[in-house]
Design a protein around this ligand. Structure first.
Ligand SMILES: [Fe+2]
Ligand SMILES: [Fe+2]
Ligand SMILES: [Fe+2]
Length: 426
């Protein structure tokens, strides 16, 4: 029996923020850095606790709408153009979750220039003050050169930011930054490899906690972040979550356990955020090196979810989906009884969904063909026989659940990324 789930939102956002920056070494800690600089500015400006918390949470998520690694890296250029696309996408993605509407508003305008006061409004919308704090924090962060001693960079960064006073940044905020910039401690924190731990000092005092319902909302947001990076994966996580929940139902698990299975499905490929889009989209056979990179994803999922207290069961069900009963899976090479029933379900849900999907190099199989492959894997000792036979016996109902989840995800994908061509049959 799984105990009550009540998970601090802060831990969930820290984990998500960390995951988003794994895709390239040049992005590591970017979100943490912006959140930290934003909080320091908020302190210096004497913003209220509520405003500071919003700077923190929106800072942790601000580039959530930038789904491609190339765009993320372009955003590290100080004078980058065309920033509204990812800000608007971030706003729309965060709104889908229903719990992060204030963060969505802040993210929407986090590249809006001050323009001598005109930037307090944008397209008829009021721009939150927190957006302007984050804009400044983000541009300070991108000016930091990785290979150079930080204390030798401070004057140059201050000078560059000062040039933007009033037209790009709020003058009062630049003044607050100049006062912060006089403290070595600020710069040493910003460039510290332990920045994540330092950020915990800003953890909100009275913090929101997520129940299973809230976790499902944030989980489905996470699923979109993983899936919507490529049209080939646009509904994969959604399909696995739907299939896993239907298998749990077929196995007689309680409605609550079915929801926990769905949540684990939403999170199972979280570590794929560390894999560049080009590999997910590659039409040719993957090289050994690319394949090795893909195989890292479950380990990342495990280490990321491990940091969230209360999600231990979810982590096991989610992260062990490439383990096999005979020990031939990865990354832990667990065997037999070491694999909980939930992760055995997830393994079958993942294989079944993957086989029925179109990939860059092949068309998807029919549900019956996929069952044939799974039966073979059961005979070889890789997958659980009970779960395999549940799939076969209740195929129509389980496949319908998969299709329905994938239809909904593709509908959302088309609405959010109309520029990407998805064949109508998918
Ligand atoms: Fe941004
Ligand atoms: Fe950024
Ligand atoms: Fe996977």
């Amino acid at each position: 029996m799984i105990g009550e789930l009540l998970v601090p939102l802060f831990d969930v956002l820290m984990a998500l923020s960390h995951a988003m920056d794994l895709v390239s070494p040049v992005l590591v800690n970017h979100h943490f850095r912006v959140a930290y600089i934003g909080c320091s500015l908020a302190d210096e400006l004497g913003l209220s606790r509520r405003e500071k918390n919003l700077v923190l949470t929106a800072g942790l998520l601000h580039d959530v709408g930038s789904l491609e690694v190339k765009e993320r890296i372009d955003l590290l250029k100080f004078d980058v153009a065309g920033t509204q696309r990812h800000a608007e996408m971030g706003y729309r993605l965060l709104r889908t979750c229903g719990l992060l509407d204030r963060e969505a508003e802040v993210v929407r305008f986090h590249h809006t220039r001050w323009e001598a006061g005109q930037g307090s409004e944008c397209g008829g919308h009021e721009v939150p003050r927190e957006s302007h704090v984050l804009h400044l924090a983000d541009r300070i962060a991108v000016l930091i050169e990785p290979g150079m001693p930080i204390l030798q960079q401070t004057q140059g960064i201050v000078a560059k930011i000062e040039e933007g006073t009033n037209h790009t940044f709020v003058p009062e905020f630049v003044a607050a930054f100049k006062s912060l910039a006089g403290k070595e401690s600020f710069w040493l924190d910003v460039s510290s490899p332990s920045l994540k731990d330092i950020l915990y000092e800003y953890r909100p005092l009275s913090e929101s906690r997520l129940s299973l319902k809230g976790l499902l909302a944030v989980g489905s947001l996470t699923a979109r972040l993983v899936d919507f990076r490529s049209r080939f994966t646009a509904a994969h996580v959604a399909g696995v979550a739907g299939t896993a929940a239907a298998l749990a139902r077929a196995a007689g698990l309680s409605p609550r356990e079915q929801d926990i299975m769905r949540l684990s499905g939403y999170l199972h490929d979280l570590g794929k955020l560390a894999v560049p889009n080009e590999i997910l989209e590659k039409a040719e056979r993957l090289t050994a090196q690319e394949f090795a990179l893909i195989r890292t994803h479950t380990h990342y999922t495990y280490r990321i979810l491990e940091k969230i207290p209360g999600l231990e069961t979810v982590n096991a069900w989610a992260s062990l989906h490439h383990e096999r009963l005979d020990g031939s899976g990865y990354p832990f090479h667990l065997k037999g009884d070491d694999l909980p029933f939930g992760s055995r379900i997830m393994a079958v849900a993942d294989v079944f969904t993957a086989l029925t999907e179109d990939r860059p190099c092949r068309n998807g199989m029919t549900a019956n063909e996929a069952v044939g492959v799974i039966e073979r894997m059961v005979r070889e000792g890789a997958l659980d026989p009970l779960v395999g036979s549940l799939l076969k016996d209740r195929l129509f109902e389980i496949d319908e659940a998969r299709r329905e989840s994938q239809r909904m995800a593709l509908g959302e994908f088309r609405a959010l990324r109309p520029e990407v061509d998805v064949p109508p049959g998918t």
